[in-house]
Design a protein around this ligand. Structure first.
Ligand code: ADP
Ligand code: MG
Length: 413
């Protein structure tokens, strides 16, 4: 399960990666430029007001002045896009998830999205310029008008090309989404067999089995590889979860979590409830969805995580291990709280939760409500649960064990 990494290359890579901070001052420079535009805006506005008050403003003048103001605002918008988007993409995450003013595009920002946004912003600015020329057509030379139009067309064409080129990427993401959403009845009916087949260890000696498998697209194959690498104890799906069984649970929350957005938002999920109510089932099911959404996931029980982290600490590389785990946006810690932990192990869990706080997601399942975690983690419980639950969905499952229910109904039959 542990990833073998050469410490020298890792350190070199990290050192190179750290140089991204050299870019940070550039963005603050752009903030200063933003200030210049604010100054320019108010200067123009003041002139416009003075002209109107003194009665010197013709209709064309007002229109031109307003267009100029719009122009300044659009350039300022462009600047903020480059500052925030660029910083988030190339320097460091700002962590705006959940902020009420988070721009809609920032949640899926990448250099591709940014390029298209910038190109469309430039088209907007150039259309304002063109409009200014047309409004003031008597004072614009034929030459300037012609070139203005040609350049505007060139901007439109390049924006269209950029948007077209980012299309295949979007299609790729959409395909992953389609895999996650409940499929057609036929596809759903086909799914369980597919899982059974995949759950059995594929036998390389039986080539006859190969042609029977549907041809998987690259995205499917990638998702499948991530699911296998995640180390789930069994493949459990949201579609197979009987919503009638747990006496009480927040169906809507679970359905929402099934979209796997909590991973992108670096939020946590905590399932709490008595044994057999489906905590592990739901944790695995969300893990599978996350894999299908393109995230790497790692599943282990609390005891296994404790052993893994204790090994790393014994080898003096706990920090490196926690950092290496960052390339899994979702870790699942199953069965927290079966037995009380010694202070050293509790400390390891605290480190794990604190390290991933606002950086990457955790799904934790436990038979004990958070309020009783002091029985497991001792004095580090409040600090640990505080960080874990700060950006988290808490799902309580109530009811009888699904295991005994099944046994009872089989017996009754
Ligand atoms: P817990 O982790 O809460 O102890 P599990 O998730 O391990 O419970 O559930 C025990 C077994 O019962 C698993 O095989 C699981 O797939 C199944 N199960 C539990 N709840 C449901 C449910 N609501 N619908 C379908 N299967 C369920
Ligand atoms: Mg369980």
């Amino acid at each position: 399960m542990a990833k073998v990494q050469n410490p020298t290359t890792t350190t070199l890579g990290y050192a190179l990666f750290a140089t991204r901070w050299l870019q940070a001052p550039l963005y603050f420079g752009l903030v200063a430029a933003q200030g210049v535009y604010v100054y320019k805006f108010f200067k123009e506005l003041w002139t416009l007001i003075l002209m109107c008050v003194s009665g010197h403003a013709t209709e064309t003048y007002v229109m031109l002045a307003v267009l100029k103001l719009v122009d300044v605002v659009m350039i300022a918008n462009l600047l903020i896009m480059v500052i925030v988007g660029g910083y988030e993409t190339f320097v460091s995450r700002i962590g705006l998830q959940g902020h009420r003013d988070q721009p809609e595009w920032l949640s899926h920002v990448n250099s591709n999205v940014l390029k298209v946004k910038l190109a469309t912003a430039i088209v907007g600015i150039s259309s304002v310029h063109l409009l200014q020329m047309f409004v003031d057509v008597h004072h614009t030379s034929h030459h300037a008008l012609l070139w203005g139009t040609v350049i505007h067309m060139a901007f439109i064409a390049s924006a269209a090309i950029l948007a077209y080129m980012s299309g295949p990427m979007v299609a790729h993401t959409d395909r992953a989404h389609a895999d996650r959403s409940p499929a057609t009845p036929a596809a759903q009916a086909a799914r369980p067999q597919e899982h059974e087949r995949q759950q059995e260890k594929p036998d390389p000696e039986t080539p006859a089995a190969a042609p029977a498998l549907p041809r998987q697209s690259d995205a499917d194959a990638d998702a499948e590889a991530r699911i296998r690498a995640a180390g789930f104890p069994a493949r459990k799906l949201l579609e197979d979860f009987d919503e009638q069984h747990p006496r009480g649970f927040d169906r809507e929350a679970v359905a929402r979590l099934g979209k796997a957005d909590f991973v992108t938002a670096r939020r946590n999920v905590v399932f709490v409830g008595p044994p057999g109510t489906g905590k592990t089932h739901l944790a695995v099911a969300l893990g599978v969805r996350a894999c299908q959404a393109g995230h790497r996931v790692l599943f282990a029980t609390a005891a296994e995580w404790a052993a893994r982290l204790a090994d790393a600490r014994a080898a003096g590389r706990l920090d490196a291990e926690l950092t290496a785990l960052d390339d899994h946006p979702l870790l699942i810690v199953d069965e927290v709280g079966y037995t009380p932990l010694d202070p050293a192990t509790a400390g390891l869990f605290f480190q794990l939760v604190a390290h991933r706080y606002e950086r990457a997601s955790l799904i934790v399942t436990s038979g004990r409500p958070l309020g009783r975690w002091d029985e497991v983690f001792g004095p580090s419980a409040p600090a640990l649960t505080d960080r874990l639950a700060h950006h988290a969905d808490l799902v309580r499952l109530d009811g009888d064990s699904y295991r005994t229910r099944r046994a009872t109904s089989t017996w009754a039959d």
